[in-house]
Design a protein around this ligand. Structure first.
Ligand SMILES: [Zn+2]
Length: 281
């Protein structure tokens, strides 16, 4: 027989869940959730549909014949050389198409020009980036959440990106790569939501902060209430929910926790420390 306090506590939890519209099960009805200035739907709007796998605006190297194709699209003489006339024509083209005006060939422009080789160049850039950083094991009681090759998602995928809507950090890695608990803790949530895809929230961590792991390839095998240690498998990298690339979207929420009155903060410094590679992000 539960004590009166315990019963009250249980009733209170139920009421919170009702008020929150069942945040763990339905991200769509998150309107009334407490704290953090928003509901799970807002957090889960950490939709990563806009997260590019690589920078779209960095200048790319082209062969002479590719430069000629670009010149034809930009209506300038196709001599295969990226001279000042071509750069001016590119700027004009980029302005007209409302692209970033660099005057140089980049993925964004090549895609807008519908040039067939744009995809090939993108794949090369992604492959190069993926092998740029590989993961370590465990750093002083913490594990890097991806146990395999990974790379930073770049500034457009950092905390606060998309006018503050992005409440975590994106880390790119191949789908299927193991995702592990960054520290000890208890599984608080293990469910699926339209924007977050399959996700897990870990609470009772040493720092008192909740950790959120989103876009997992399949539902985690961990039961709610299960204890985890740094390095315990949470699941694997995926692109479920609103993610256009295989990635882990990671969040850190201060006490009292994820959608319980806590607030998300930039997890970058922790991720960098856990990676054991200094400024990797
Ligand atoms: Zn994200």
């Amino acid at each position: 027989m539960p004590t009166r306090t315990a019963r009250r506590a249980t009733l209170f939890s139920v009421l919170i869940l009702l008020a929150a519209g069942g945040p763990a099960t339905s991200g769509a009805s998150a309107s009334a959730a407490s704290g953090g200035g928003g509901a799970p739907a807002t957090a889960l709007v950490s939709s990563d549909s806009a997260a590019p796998a690589v920078s779209e605006t960095q200048t790319v190297k082209l062969t002479r014949s590719q430069v000629k194709s670009v010149q034809r699209r930009a209506n300038v003489r196709a001599d295969g050389a990226l001279g000042s006339k071509t750069r001016t024509a590119l700027k004009r083209y980029q302005s007209k198409k409302r692209l970033v005006r660099t005057g140089r060939p980049n993925l964004q422009t090549l895609k807008a020009m519908r040039l067939a080789f744009a995809e090939k160049i993108e794949q090369k850039l992604v492959a190069k980036q993926r092998t740029a950083v590989s993961s370590p094991s465990t750093v002083a009681g913490y594990a890097f959440p991806i146990q395999g090759a990974w790379s930073p998602g770049g500034s457009a995928t950092g905390f606060g990106a998309r006018s503050g809507a992005h409440q975590g950090v994106d880390l790119l890695s191949a789908c299927g790569t193991p995702v592990v608990a960054a520290s000890s803790g208890t599984v608080k949530t293990n469910t699926r939501q339209s924007a977050a895809g399959n996700y897990v929230v870990v609470t009772d961590t040493p720092s008192g902060e909740d950790q959120v792991y989103m876009h997992l390839g399949v539902r985690s095998a961990l039961e709610v209430g299960a204890r985890v240690d740094p390095g315990t498998t949470i699941g694997q990298i995926g692109k479920t929910g609103n993610a256009t690339a295989c990635l882990l979207h990671f969040e850190l929420w201060g006490a009292p926790g994820w959608y319980e009155g806590g607030k998300p903060r930039d997890p970058r410094a922790e991720l960098e420390a856990w990676s054991g590679r200094g400024s990797a992000l």
